[in-house]
Write a protein that binds this ligand. Structure first.
Ligand SMILES: O=C(O)CCC(=O)C(=O)O
Length: 238
C-alpha cells in the first residue's frame, strides 16, 4: 500500500493532556476505500449482525499490510517506543441491524494467548474463546488505541465520546463512573472517513446509538509498548 498516509497532523500534547486526539485526514481516500472494501468482506453475514469482529488483523492480509506500513509504525513508535506492536484488533460497525451503544467505561482488559495466574492480573474472562484479563494499570498506561474511521462519524451515527483528561485517574471502580457527570464533560470525536482517533485505554469513553444508522465502520487497533507484558503472558494477537 504505497502512499497510504497523508501528512500526519498529530497534536501530541492533546494525547498527553486529554488522553485522546482526533487526526483528520489520516489516510488517503483510495486507502480508506480499500480498507472499507475489506471490512465489507469480513463483516458480511454474522459480523454485520454482531456489530463487530475481533482478531481482524490476524485474519486479513490487507489489514496486516496496513499495520506494517512504515509511517504508521513510526507514528506509534514515537508515542510508545521502539518495538511497540498491535496486540488486539477489532472491526466495529454500527448499522440498522446492529445499532448498539456502549455505556461509559475504560478499556481495562487485554487479550492473551493462554491463561497464567500472575499476581495483580485478574479477574479473568473469555471472549470469543480468547482469554481476557485485567492487568495492572501500568500495563494499560503503556498502550494506545488507534481507531481508523472508514466512514464519516458524527453526531448522527453514534460517534465515540471521551471525557478529556480522564486517563490520568488509574483504573476506576465501576460505581465511581457517573454517566451524567461524564455526559456533561464529553468531547465528541467526529471525523470524516479516512480520519483517525488516538485514545489511551484508561480514558473514559462511550458511544450512543446512531440517530440515523447507516454504517460507522472503525478499524480499532490496540498497540502496546515492547515488553509491556511480563512472561509467561503473551498477547493473543501477536
Ligand atoms: O466504537 C465505539 O463506539 C465504542 C467502542 C468502545 O467502547 C471500545 O472500544 O471500548
Amino acid at each position: 500500500m504505497h502512499g497510504v498516509f497523508r501528512q500526519i497532523a498529530l497534536d501530541r500534547e492533546q494525547v498527553a493532556l486529554n488522553g485522546f486526539a482526533v487526526i483528520p485526514e489520516f489516510i488517503e481516500p483510495f486507502a480508506c476505500e480499500r480498507l472499507r472494501d475489506e471490512s465489507k468482506r469480513l463483516l458480511a453475514g454474522d459480523g454485520l449482525r454482531r456489530g463487530g469482529l475481533r482478531g481482524v488483523v490476524r485474519n486479513s492480509e490487507v489489514f496486516r499490510e496496513f499495520v506494517r506500513a512504515d509511517p504508521l509504525r513510526q507514528l506509534m513508535e514515537s508515542l510508545l517506543g521502539a518495538g511497540c506492536r498491535v496486540v488486539r484488533s477489532i472491526l466495529f460497525d454500527k448499522t440498522v441491524a446492529s445499532n448498539w451503544l456502549v455505556p461509559w467505561h475504560q478499556d481495562t482488559t487485554i487479550a492473551v494467548r493462554t491463561r497464567h495466574d500472575v499476581s495483580d492480573y485478574g479477574p479473568w474472562s473469555v471472549k470469543d474463546g480468547v482469554p481476557h484479563v485485567r492487568p495492572p494499570s501500568h500495563v494499560l498506561e503503556r498502550m494506545l488505541t488507534l481507531r481508523v474511521h472508514l466512514d464519516d462519524s458524527g453526531v448522527a451515527n453514534g460517534p465515540l465520546l471521551v471525557v478529556p483528561a480522564s486517563h490520568t485517574m488509574g483504573i476506576l471502580a465501576e460505581e465511581s463512573i457517573h454517566a451524567e457527570a461524564c455526559d456533561g464533560r464529553a468531547a465528541e470525536c467526529s471525523t470524516t472517513a479516512g480520519g483517525a482517533v488516538l485514545m489511551r485505554p484508561l480514558a473514559l469513553h462511550a458511544s450512543r446509538r446512531a440517530a440515523t444508522p447507516g454504517h460507522r465502520r472503525v478499524l480499532h487497533l490496540e498497540f502496546a509498548a515492547k515488553d509491556a507484558l511480563p512472561s509467561p503472558l503473551e498477547w493473543a494477537e501477536f
